[in-house]
Design a protein around this ligand. Structure first.
Ligand code: TRP
Length: 342
């Protein structure tokens, strides 16, 4: 197991939208196809990150299993021995390393995290869990010596913090306890992704599509009935331009649909734009998107209902068993460095 490690984690505390599917799950499936021959790939669910903001706790456990089933329904291959799939909370070293790294992370540093500031807003009663979120994330990465952590630009600052903490600890103890993950720009180059994928709400295309949206028509869930999804697409907000012209600023509604279509048919965005720009029939575009969505949701539905869940559970258990061992070894190194072990 001396291949370089690619590590990827997707939060799983709510139903996936097609935005999550196109932006996170499809790239993960492609990652496996393109890289698992000569890399080790760690796919994990950051389940301890799930309730840094409030969730329905009684639903969480099954929600996580369901999310993992969606990975498999979308094409993640469980028989691949170079891929490990595990849940963060099943490997206690994530939590232990976080407690240690908290002492090598500064209050000021965490206070500057954009995501924290945005989520906190004016509310002083946010949890310490939310504040400490990036240190737990650093532990997720550093425990396994991952070089490659492909994340979108919303996670860029957190990746950089993980690098800073790792360098700081290595320097302080004059050792190479941690592998330093590559810089964000190198990550983008490696994975071949130019920009984060941001699908917008169907009813307010100036905002990101989100499952927590108050308007259920703004987002399409993977669990939506295909006919409902079609209705949502057909009634998506469009611009009153009268002509199809891709421009996220001026015509966000139409541009969002073109973007979704290009991802669904796995075609470069420029090509989809070329095919549609100048046309005048909005309905035709909506119909094209709706057709593709319908095929996708039906396909996922079939795969979900035909799935042998025990195969997934076996994969989780065997990955967790193996990764527990890897993680404990790295943890031991820092326990020794800080003086907790002989
Ligand atoms: N913070 C990431 C997100 O919200 C999820 C995550 C947690 C993660 N730990 C990670 C991603 C470690 C990559 C590596 O999307």
């Amino acid at each position: 197991m001396d291949k370089s490690i690619i590590l990827t984690g997707v939060r799983a505390n709510a139903d996936f939208t097609i935005g999550n599917y196109l932006g996170a799950i499809v790239p993960m499936v492609k990652l496996q196809k393109n890289f698992s021959k000569d890399h080790q790939i760690n796919i994990f669910v950051p389940d301890l990150h799930s309730f840094t903001t409030p969730v329905e706790h009684k639903d969480l456990y099954l929600q996580i299993i369901r999310s993992l089933k969606y990975y498999v329904a979308s094409g993640i291959d469980l028989t691949d021995d170079n891929v490990f799939i595990y849940r963060q909370s099943y490997i206690a070293s994530h939590s232990e390393l976080t407690v240690i790294l908290n002492n090598f992370t500064y209050f000021g540093e965490l206070s500057r995290m954009t995501q924290f500031k945005e989520k906190k807003g004016d509310d002083d009663n946010v949890s310490v869990g939310l504040f400490d979120y990036p240190v737990l994330m650093a532990s997720d990465i550093l425990l396994y010596g991952a070089h490659w952590v492909p994340v979108g630009d919303d996670q860029r600052q957190h990746l950089e913090l993980a690098r800073d903490i790792a360098l700081r600890v290595n320097n302080k103890f004059n050792s190479d306890i941690f592998v330093i993950p590559e810089e964000w720009s190198k990550q983008q180059e490696f994975i071949g992704r130019t920009d984060g994928i941001r699908i917008r709400s169907l009813t307010d295309p100036t905002k990101k599509m989100s499952k927590s949206d108050s308007d259920p028509n703004g987002s399409i869930l993977l669990s939506d009935d295909p006919s409902l999804a079609v209705k949502k697409i057909m009634s998506a907000t469009t611009d009153s331009n009268g002509k199809i012209e891709f421009d996220m600023e001026k015509n966000p509604g139409i541009s969002n649909l073109i973007h979704i279509l290009s991802l669904l048919i796995d075609e470069p965005l420029e090509m989809t734009i070329k095919n549609w720009n100048g046309k005048t029939n909005y309905l035709e575009l909506k119909q094209a998107v709706a057709d593709e969505i319908k095929i996708l949701l039906q396909h996922l539905k079939n795969n979900m209902s035909n799935m042998d869940e025990s195969e997934l559970m076996r994969k989780l258990e065997s990955s967790e068993y193996l990764m527990r061992d890897v993680a404990v070894q790295r943890l031991y190194k820092i326990q020794q460095a800080v003086g907790l072990r002989p």
